[in-house]
Design a protein around this ligand. Structure first.
Ligand SMILES: O=C(O)CCC(=O)C(=O)O
Ligand SMILES: [Fe+2]
Length: 308
């Protein structure tokens, strides 16, 4: 049997919170990744978002670069092809993207969004998708909190001013089959958790505990949720931030674009990521020194080329 990441139906939490939390904890302890169904997000909303993304990236590059911003860590607007590379990779990834982030009135560290004037439905599509994913991320964080023996609402006030980011990704057609770069080289996500809205196009692979690259086949309507480095730290490594990558398709398939839309849930900058005492045991001694989310993020953004 081919290994596959587990699937969890989050609507089960409503009628069996304890049973669901146990299954959730088992899945994430083993994989750090799972497909989430029963989330209630309207497929129409997702289709509209992909259509808007496709229309934006089809614009000539000189139009797209008008939407670059100087927001810290390039956290708003367009980020051109070749800008980002994975922490341990020699080559940049084969992708361009557009960041839409959280906006809270009066919170200075959250930069305002920019919206491409050419694509009328872009703003409304991504504002509504942001809201839906933010809500789903909150629900999932409640289950993560219970899995870590924390109060269910532990994260609620620790993420409300965090830099949650929707990353609208385009991997252009690969015309030179010999490029050493990957669409996205092996990496771990930096944040608390990532929601990955289904590219139905192949390419995403997850590294299993047995050290095999497992190709992820996206089932329509499933949203992947994976643990990032910040939750790994907080849980003292009991919830792994699993390595993943996006490989280049073979043959003619390489000549088509791939689109995907991850949502990165970040904590408030002041949140402490010190390992939780209940996760430090004789079997699992302390793995990481204490740090705040803000200091940790700065360190990581420099490594991946998004900050100097
Ligand atoms: O495009 C994908 O399927 C994965 C993207 C990803 O892992 C990331 O941007 O962190
Ligand atoms: Fe990732």
């Amino acid at each position: 049997m081919i290994n596959q990441i587990p699937t969890l139906d989050i609507s089960d939490f409503g009628h069996d919170p304890e049973g669901f939390t146990n299954a959730f904890k088992r899945a994430y302890t083993e994989w750090g990744f799972a497909g989430i169904t029963g989330h209630g997000i309207d497929p129409e909303q997702i289709r509209n978002a992909f259509a808007a993304a496709q229309a934006f990236f089809a614009l000539p590059v000189e139009k797209k670069t008008r939407y670059e911003t100087d927001a810290v860590g390039r956290s708003r607007g367009y980020v051109p092809f070749g800008t980002e590379k994975a922490k341990d990779s020699e080559f940049s990834d084969l992708k361009e993207f557009y960041h839409v982030g959280r906006e809270v009135a009066g919170i200075a560290h959250l930069a305002p969004n920019v919206w491409p004037a050419e694509i009328t439905a872009f703003r409304s599509s991504f504002e509504s998708l942001f809201t839906s994913l933010d809500d789903l991320a909150h629900r999932l964080l409640q289950v993560f909190a219970l899995s870590l023996e924390l109060p269910q609402d532990y994260f609620d006030t620790r993420v409300n001013h965090g830099e949650a980011l929707l990353r609208i990704l385009h991997y252009p057609p690969i015309l030179d089959g010999n490029v050493p770069n990957l669409r996205a080289a092996a990496h771990e996500d930096i944040n608390l958790l990532t929601l990955l809205v289904g590219s139905e196009q192949e390419g995403l692979e997850v590294l299993s505990r047995q050290g095999e690259w497992v190709p992820i086949s996206m089932i329509k309507g499933t949203i992947i949720c994976n643990v990032g480095d910040m939750l790994q730290r907080l849980s003292n490594g009991t919830l792994p931030s699993t390595t993943h990558r996006v490989v280049n398709p073979q043959g003619d398939k390489a000549k088509s674009s791939r689109y995907s839309i991850p949502f990165f849930m970040h904590p408030n900058p002041t949140m402490r990521l010190d390992c939780l005492p209940q996760c430090v045991t004789d079997d699992q001694p302390l793995q990481y020194p204490p740090i705040t989310a803000s200091d940790y993020l700065t360190e990581r953004l420099i490594q991946i080329g998004l900050m100097k």
